[in-house]
Design a binder for this molecule. Structure first.
Ligand code: FE2
Length: 380
């Protein structure tokens, strides 16, 4: 039985979907909403428990939207086709909102159905699909190559805050998460953290550390088994990670991306040949497109430093600065604290959608009990 109660909705911006004037508290964001209703879908901005509003001019995070069927009774479902048509009609406005806020949380728009989610991505938002190559999480395809399961790591383990695939030279610009059903017993939220705020805090409190990362970048090192290991949060094998079917092809793929590597062991432990990869120096901070002066703490160091642990990997060895230097332990502990301080946690309900700017917002996963089905899609 679900103990994660649906979040209570509080109207915050009733003018968001139409011309009437917004109340004073919402006026600052009303011009940026610019969403248009369709005959079957009306959408307005709301506040949800767990959403962040710092009250200092930073846009609320994430921007929360509530969809309903105009003319229908409260809770009348919106069809997948109508949801897709609404998203298509509001494509550029949605993109603008995601850029402004870092992430959108949309409730009431989609039925809790994977094919509806896929249609919204491909035909509504028209996202340019980003294949999941180079990541270290075990995933399963659900709808074509567009929708797959979110990281299948064990429920008892937190997935730390990270930017998707920031440990690789090529990462997706956008991520979509979709809740088919929340954890049936407890937990399993997908916390978000605003990366520009994380950068500002760390640059003020640990300037030397931020300078080190900005100057040298960061390098990630990981030992991969040949075959996937679902017992590990970073258990994706090198065949799947690199999308190859031979050791020679793995070496060619790594060389093409500027990595170095080393083969370890004799493959006798049942997980195949072990491959240690070392990334080239990758940027650890990133200017935000369209937001002059805004810098994101765009990297994977927190997840690597705290979460890349299994029988083959030791977290502190998994991340170094781009010149090979160790990262300061106190500063790394501060990264974790700052991420928590900048986090938003909204409980999932069936059909909820997150639309995330991967350059501006971190995501994570809490532990959970019971069964949980949250799907994901990546876009360029
Ligand atoms: Fe992720």
């Amino acid at each position: 039985m679900a103990t994660t109660a649906p979040a209570k909705l509080t109207p915050a911006d009733p003018a968001g979907s139409g011309p009437p004037a917004a109340p004073a508290a919402a006026a600052a964001d009303a011009p940026a909403l610019a969403l248009h209703d369709t005959p079957d879908v009306a959408v307005r901005a709301v506040s949800l428990p767990g959403q962040r509003d710092w009250g200092d001019g930073t846009p609320v995070f994430p921007r929360c939207l509530l969809a309903s069927s105009p003319g229908g009774a409260q809770g009348t479902p919106i069809s997948a086709a109508a949801a897709t048509a609404w998203a298509a009609a509001n494509r550029s406005a949605l993109d603008g909102l995601v850029r402004r806020h870092g992430a959108l949380f949309v409730r009431g728009l989609l039925p809790a159905d994977a094919t509806a989610f896929a249609s919204l991505i491909t035909d509504g938002v028209a996202a340019d699909n980003f294949p999941y190559v180079g990541g270290n999480a075990v995933r399963t395809a659900v709808v074509g190559d567009v929708v797959f399961t979110a990281n299948e790591s064990p429920p008892s383990r937190v997935i730390p805050f990270h930017h998707e695939l920031a440990q690789t030279p090529d990462s997706p610009a956008r991520i979509f998460f979709f809740c088919v059903h929340p954890a049936t017993v407890s937990g399993g939220e997908t916390p978000l953290a605003l990366s520009t705020r994380v950068y500002d805090r760390l640059a003020a409190e640990y300037p030397a550390f931020v300078r080190q990362l900005t100057q040298h970048g960061v390098s990630y090192r990981r030992v991969m088994s040949e075959w996937d290991r679902s017992s590990s949060a970073i258990g994706r094998g090198w065949r799947a990670t690199l999308n190859v079917s031979s050791a020679a092809a793995a070496e060619a793929a790594l060389a093409a991306r500027g990595y170095t590597w080393e083969w370890l062991g004799d493959g006798s432990d049942g997980h195949g040949r072990l491959l240690r990869e070392v990334s080239p120096p990758l940027p650890a901070t990133r200017a935000v497109d369209g937001r002059p002066g805004a810098v994101a703490f765009y990297n994977q160091i927190h997840a690597a430093y705290t979460g890349w642990t299994d029988e083959y990997n030791t977290p502190a060895e998994c991340v170094r600065d781009g010149a090979g230097g160790a990262l300061d332990a106190d500063a790394m502990a501060a990264v974790g604290r700052v991420l928590e301080a900048c986090a938003a946690r909204i409980a999932w309900t069936p059909g909820d959608l997150m639309y995330i700017d991967n350059r501006q917002a971190y995501h994570a996963r809490g532990t959970f009990e019971g069964r949980r089905r949250v799907l994901a899609s990546l876009a360029k």
